[in-house]
Structure formats: structure tokens, C-alpha cells
Design a protein around this ligand. Structure first.
Ligand code: ADE
Length: 243
């Protein structure tokens, strides 16, 4: 089913993607890389992930990574030298800093990242990252959303998984990446599976009718109603006036 303003969007990415992740917590990524879609993408050779422990680039015998902010204020700031040493050899890659000050992550950004041969995700920590890192070693700053986490690792994990599922052969049914929420600007409709009755709660009759035209009409109605209620900002003027 192809509908909505982005119907001509790329179904899946076309090639192998390598993602480098620069982090002070490399072990954070162990389970992500071993299971489910990401694990499968790596096993199939569609995705390569290299986790780069930033601590190795720390200064002095304590491998220092952060220092107090010039001008005063709370917390610590990640220093420029360790990150410059880690990121200079990756200058040919598309380097992305994860920070709450970045542009919000969305499906269009994931689609774009899935088309890039080599991506580097830089996980910020502490109160922030020395601005000279972003000025000299970063192509783009991205945020997971309008909230503050302890660091960029969760955002990097979201990007790795969001990209992995776009790669060729990784999601079993390619239709599912086309019809899902955000692909055509609407949230997904509710879905049901067996049993048809649970605790007196029945699956909507239309889904058991076998009438595909009615089912499609019902699904579109549900998508419109859900999006109108929860995310009216996603809707076009035409969709807003659809009943
Ligand atoms: N680090 C801390 N908060 C973050 C956020 N919202 N997105 C990306 N990186 C972050």
C-alpha cells in the first residue's frame, strides 16, 4: 500500500552500512549487538558496528576525559583532546554527536543514515562536550527528543536499531517498513491476533469479515482518528478534513 505524501520514499536502504560508536561505556552495546534485528543484520553482513572505547584516548595515567567548565557552573565537560584523537581518524565518515541540543531524531533522519556508507555516533556524557568538538569534528548533532538523558548511549542505540531494520533483507516483510507509523505521516492502526475473544473483549468484527476493502477502510479510519487525537502535528490539511 503506497499512500500519503512520502509514498515514494525508499523502501529499504541499498547497501552495507558501517556504524562506529564512540563511548565511555562500550559494554552498554553488548546486548544490543547480539540480539534481534541488530544481531541479525550483523550476522547477515548488512551491518558492521565498531564500538570505540573513548577511555583509551583519555589524558595521562588516569585517562582523564572531562574537566570543570570555564566560567564556572555545575558538572563536568568532556574535553576536546580525547575526542579529537578518537575522531580525527574517522574524518571520512559522517560524524554525529548525540546531545539534547541536537535536531530531534525522526524517521527521515534514519532513512538518510541508512544510505550512508560509514556513520560515526559520538555519545556525549557529563554536562556537555567542549564546543570545539562539535565545531571541528562533527557533521551533525542529533537529539533523541525533548528530554535529558545521562548521555548519548541510549540515543546511539536507537539509531543503530532504527538503521539496522532498514537494511536489505533484515526485516522479513518489506511491506512492514512502508506501511508503519511515520512512513506516510500517520500513526499505525491498532492490531489484534488470536484469540478473537479474551475475557469478554472481542476483536473488532470487521477484521474477521474477510472483506479486504472494508478492512482497509477501517484501518485508514483508525489511523486518522489516532493521529488526530495523539499527533495532529503529523497530519496534512487534507488528512485533517478526512472523516
Ligand atoms: N544525551 C543526553 N540527553 C540526550 C538526548 N535527549 N538525546 C541525545 N543525547 C542525549
Amino acid at each position: 500500500m503506497a499512500c500519503g505524501p512520502d509514498a515514494d520514499v525508499m523502501l529499504v536502504a541499498s547497501g552495507i552500512v558501517k556504524i562506529n560508536v564512540v563511548t565511555i561505556f562500550p559494554e552498554f552495546f553488548d546486548s544490543l549487538l547480539g540480539i534481534s534485528i541488530v544481531g541479525r543484520a550483523i550476522e547477515d553482513g548488512a551491518l558492521r558496528v565498531e564500538v570505540i572505547p573513548l577511555r583509551e584516548y583519555g589524558l595521562g595515567k588516569h585517562k582523564q576525559l572531562d574537566d570543570t567548565p570555564f566560567g564556572g557552573g555545575p558538572g563536568m565537560v568532556m574535553m576536546v583532546e580525547p575526542l579529537s584523537k578518537a575522531l580525527e581518524p574517522l574524518a571520512e565518515t559522517h560524524r554525529v554527536l548525540l546531545t539534547p541540543a541536537g535536531r530531534p531524531l525522526d524517521q527521515a533522519t534514519l532513512d538518510r543514515f541508512a544510505e550512508i556508507d560509514e556513520l560515526t555516533l559520538v555519545c556525549g556524557r557529563y554536562e556537555g562536550v567542549d564546543q570545539r568538538v562539535a565545531d571541528n569534528y562533527i557533521e551533525e548533532e542529533v537529539s533523541l527528543g525533548d528530554f535529558v538523558l545521562a548521555g548519548g548511549e541510549v540515543a546511539a542505540a536507537a539509531i543503530v536499531e532504527g538503521v539496522a531494520r532498514l537494511l536489505p533483507g533484515v526485516v522479513g516483510n518489506p511491506d512492514s517498513t512502508l506501511t508503519e507509523s511515520f512512513r506516510d505521516g500517520l500513526l499505525e492502526e491498532p492490531v489484534y491476533t488470536r484469540p478473537a475473544q479474551f475475557d469478554g473483549d472481542a476483536v473488532p468484527e470487521v477484521l474477521l469479515s474477510g472483506d479486504h476493502a472494508r478492512i482497509e477502510a477501517w484501518r485508514r479510519e483508525q489511523r486518522l482518528a489516532r493521529t488526530r487525537e495523539r499527533r495532529p502535528d503529523l497530519m496534512s490539511d487534507g488528512e485533517k478534513s478526512e472523516s
